[in-house]
Design a binder for this molecule. Structure first.
Ligand code: SF4
Length: 338
């Protein structure tokens, strides 16, 4: 008998795997990789996750979330949490995706580390049956950490698994989990950072993308770089805050220089940021973003500055705008997405 575990990288899902193995069931695991990490961060995270599951001799499948996931993010049936986190819809999406993997892997049911009462919306006793129903996998999702508090699942009823050895954890207390981790000698350092969608500041930028129709995987990745300004519904600017961010913005522009709708601003004649413009700017939008780019450059106040703009597209070309860097002419806060 084999099960597929949804692995979050946390202790609870490690324990759920271990408890399932203890019942004599073979386990493989799946991790759903959010689409906003930089490649180097992804690599580090995956290495960390592999190390965690290696303690249990489990094969880990990494599923990259893509445009399909963005549809959930854009319009979650059950709404958002405190930021742009559509947790309930996200859970249901993960379950469906994992459920679709069962046949191919020769697995018969899913396992998760969810605990009754741990999270108000998605992990209360009443929410589980509703979630399971909505995934189309009712009865096939086993939650070993709280199994004895929940109605028996199909795997238990059919005798595929016995959960008599499992605890009855509920609520946010971690005492039992920590005792079990010590008992099984598990290392369990959770991945750094957590889910960015729960971050309020990041969430505002995500919602700005959603509102303006710019939600893409690339767009999400860029939200972690620089200062973000909404110039108009059709145009936004991202101003690098340091050399590393300037390089990222430059590489982003360069890779996509043949695609319409990207602009790279640089104030000439003094050190300063690179600014990436995305969308369809009006003449005012361009002028305002050129001003903002100057605002963060080392040019002294009351200086006329020439701002170079690289315009992407099949005929990518260079243009310039002249602006006066003058105090009080443009307040960045009126455009900032915070
Ligand atoms: S915290 Fe993030 S990954 Fe987890 S369910 Fe919520 S939105 Fe999805």
């Amino acid at each position: 008998m084999k099960a597929l575990a949804l692995f979050s990288g946390g202790l609870d899902s490690l324990l759920a795997i271990k408890l399932t193995q203890e019942a004599g069931v073979e386990v493989e695991a799946v991790y759903f990789l959010q689409p906003f990490l930089a490649p180097a961060e992804e690599e580090k995270l995956i290495a960390h996750l592999q190390k965690l599951v290696a303690q249990l001799g489990v094969k880990l499948h990494i599923v990259r979330l893509d445009e399909e996931y963005l549809q959930i993010l854009e319009n979650p049936k059950h709404g958002y949490g405190k930021a742009a986190n559509p947790c309930l819809d996200c859970h249901i999406f993960f379950f469906r995706k994992a459920g679709a993997m069962l046949d191919k892997l020769g697995a018969s049911f899913l396992v998760t580390g969810e605990v009754v009462g741990q999270r108000p919306k998605s992990q209360n006793r009443g929410a589980f049956p509703k979630i399971d129903e909505e995934t189309g996998l009712a009865g096939l999702i086993v939650r070993p950490l709280s199994a004895r508090l929940l109605p028996p699942t199909i795997p238990e009823e059919k005798g595929w698994i016995s959960l008599d050895h499992c605890p009855s954890i509920q609520g946010r207390q971690r005492k039992v989990q920590l005792e079990l981790a010590a008992k099984y000698g598990l290392e369990y350092e959770a991945p750094a950072g957590g889910c960015l969608l729960t971050n309020v500041e990041y969430g505002r930028k995500v919602k700005d993308l959603i509102k303006t129709g710019g939600l893409t995987v690339d767009g999400l990745r860029l939200l972690r770089i620089g200062r973000h300004f909404r110039l108009s519904p059709h145009f936004k600017g991202i101003i690098g805050r340091n050399h590393r961010e300037n390089q990222i913005l430059f590489r982003y522009f360069y890779r996509q220089r043949n695609t319409e709708g990207l602009y790279l601003f640089k104030a000439l004649g003094a050190p300063g940021p690179l600014t990436l413009g995305v969308g369809k700017p009006s003449a005012d939008d361009r002028q305002n973003l050129a001003h903002l780019t100057c605002r963060y450059s080392d040019h002294p106040w009351d200086t006329p500055v020439l701002v170079k703009i690289l315009v992407s597209g099949e005929k990518h070309h260079l243009t310039t705008i002249s602006v006066l860097k003058k105090q009080g002419t443009l307040d960045p806060e009126q455009f900032r997405i915070t």
